[in-house]
Design a protein around this ligand. Structure first.
Ligand code: ZN
Length: 564
């Protein structure tokens, strides 16, 4: 016998089945690109709590509009899934918003001036930190120079008592003054560390540039100074910088960020922010440590979608070589403009093998930075060796940058299901010196091979490597679809992406590359309400308009986090 069911239960069932859920926010009259192949375009979208509850037309959304629904009239403007920064450095980005920004300086003299001004505000002994210089981008070569680098005496003249450390745009070398050299115990007798170069001129005079692993000497001295500050003070400074970085992301329509190299301490601090619900965008952190550190801290893994899907940590980052601009890319054959020099192998191959085996056993994602063709070959070899144990495993291992590959590597990426984690903007920024460093043959067959990778069925994702480049997604999108350099000349344009491919690489491909394609990366019912409203339709506007696009609204998890 049926028990008597209270009448309100019947009513509740009727109400639930008859009326659709009311939305918190409805965006109507919009030009929506969903990146969902089953429903590529739509006019309205409805959000409730942190999810999408409706995507469709004006008629269909009516059922979701209640008295408390906020209605945003998009006035025909374009809505996209929030961009996912596929490879950046969130901590470095935060620091770059505080330290000297040398990205847009015109020449070395301007850097010297900025350091001089910073010294005026600093206490004696304080480190002066900057980032973003690139000798290839200056309007003239310093008067006295070696390989285009100025000598550190120019900095000593304005900063005798403050150590100065200025990181190259690529992050693969630092420039230091005499005080910093002294604190780093570097002199003419210092032997180059393995995988690094204390650059000396033909007479053996130290220039001031520390390449690749040699950076570690100055960074250790700086860290030593930093660590003398109380931990609470360091953490507060870090929190402040993360907040700045997140705000910059929101302003640029970035709703998720893949960090390519956190320490375990930073993971711990980030976890605290997630647990306090203080993160305003979503983060995926790769941990950068050696095998010993990884084993010691293995209980940290995995962190999965905590803080309402704002933080996950289940990836490991290793850098096998350096960058092309600073002669750090590890090549199969010598640089065309530095004879008998093949770049730097910056990580022990034996240790990488151990890490690969560790990551495989623990079901962690392995992400290896490889720029030169030799570094790419070695990484594919190590990946293949590991993946061969069970080729059907959903590992999603990635090669970060995959910038210069020998053409025979491309089908091997496909064979082993390796993700090519590339950055559109790197191509056009580096283009002016790629042929100089590598020659025409290697450049045309192996540099930034987006089309070749896609044709081979390899997934490529996209990002800016911020703070190596600005986080600006429109500059990156423009580079991806034009491959045009600053002077308008395209760099091997046959490799460029279509706008659809570029959008795909910047959204769902990045979600896939962090195992999160079911939660985000496209605008579909049930996914996180992470989306942006733009001033331009970047999918159809004139090429020259793409970079002028502004983000009008950024929504993360159903909350308006930024409004222009
Ligand atoms: Zn990077």
């Amino acid at each position: 016998m049926l028990k008597r069911v209270p009448i309100f239960v019947f009513l509740l069932i009727i109400v639930r089945t008859t009326f659709a859920q009311n939305a918190d926010i409805v965006i109507k009259n919009a030009n929506i690109y969903t990146v969902n192949k089953n429903q590529p375009r739509a006019q309205t979208i409805a959000l409730r709590n942190d999810k999408i509850i409706f995507v469709g037309n004006e008629q269909g959304v009516k059922a979701h509009i209640g008295s408390k629904t906020e209605i945003i009239d998009a006035k025909g403007k374009t809505v996209l899934p929030g961009f996912i920064e596929g490879h950046g450095h969130i901590h470095g980005m935060g620091a770059s918003l505080i330290d000297l920004n040398l990205m847009n300086v015109k020449n070395w003299e301007e850097i010297v001036f900025l350091v001089k001004e910073a010294v005026k505000k600093a206490k004696p002994g304080d480190w002066i930190i900057g980032r973003g210089w690139h000798q290839e981008k200056w309007n003239h070569v310093p008067e006295v120079n070696y390989l285009g680098y100025p000598y550190h005496q120019t900095l000593d003249n304005v900063s005798a008592n403050n150590p100065v450390m200025l990181t190259h745009a690529s992050g693969h070398s630092v420039y230091v003054n005499a005080k910093a050299l002294e604190l780093s115990s570097i002199n003419n007798q210092t032997i180059n560390p393995l995988g690094g170069d204390i650059v000396k001129d033909s007479k053996g005079v130290i220039v001031g540039v520390l390449e690749e692993k040699a950076q570690g000497l100055a960074i250790a001295a700086y860290t030593n100074w930093l660590n003398k500050r109380p931990i609470a003070e360091r953490k507060a400074a870090w929190r402040y910088s993360i907040n700045l970085a997140e705000n910059e992301c929101l302003k640029n329509g970035i709703t998720s960020f893949v960090d390519a190299g956190s320490t375990f301490e930073q993971v711990g601090w980030m976890k605290e922010l997630a647990e306090e619900n203080k993160l305003s965008i979503r983060h995926w952190l790769m941990v950068r440590d050696g095998i010993e550190g990884l084993k010691k801290n293995q209980s940290v893994f995995p962190i999965q979608q905590i803080g309402n899907g704002h933080l996950s940590v289940k990836a490991i980052k290793v850098s096998l070589d350096g960058a092309l601009g600073s002669y750090g890319a590890w090549l199969l054959d010598s640089y065309s403009d530095r004879k008998d020099f093949v770049g730097q192998n910056t990580f022990s191959m034996e240790e990488l093998k151990e890490i690969a085996s560790f990551a495989w056993d623990k079901n962690l994602q392995l992400c290896v930075h490889a720029i030169g063709d030799k570094a790419n070959r070695e990484t594919v070899n190590i990946f293949a060796n590991q993946i061969a144990q069970n080729p059907s495993k959903d590992h999603r291992w990635r090669i970060e940058h995959a910038q210069q590959v020998n053409p025979i590597e491309i089908p091997r990426f496909k064979q082993w299901n390796i993700i090519a984690s590339m950055q559109g903007i790197h191509c056009t920024s580096d283009a002016p010196f790629v042929v100089k460093r590598l020659g025409e043959e290697r450049a045309s067959t192996g540099s930034y091979m987006w089309r070749a990778f896609m044709n081979a069925g390899v997934l490529i994702n996209n990002g800016t490597d911020v703070p190596v480049e600005n986080i600006d997604p429109f500059a990156n999108f423009y580079s991806s679809v034009t491959r045009k350099q600053k002077d308008g000349v395209p760099f091997y344009p046959e490799q460029k992406m279509t706008r659809e491919e570029a959008l795909y690489s910047y959204t769902i491909a990045n979600a896939y590359a962090t195992f999160e394609e079911k939660q985000k990366g496209s605008l579909e019912v049930g996914k996180y309400a992470d989306l942006i409203l733009l001033s331009n339709n970047i999918m159809t506007c004139d090429e020259s308009e793409i970079s002028k696009t502004k983000v009008l609204i950024t929504i993360v998890g159903g909350k308006v986090r930024y409004r222009d």
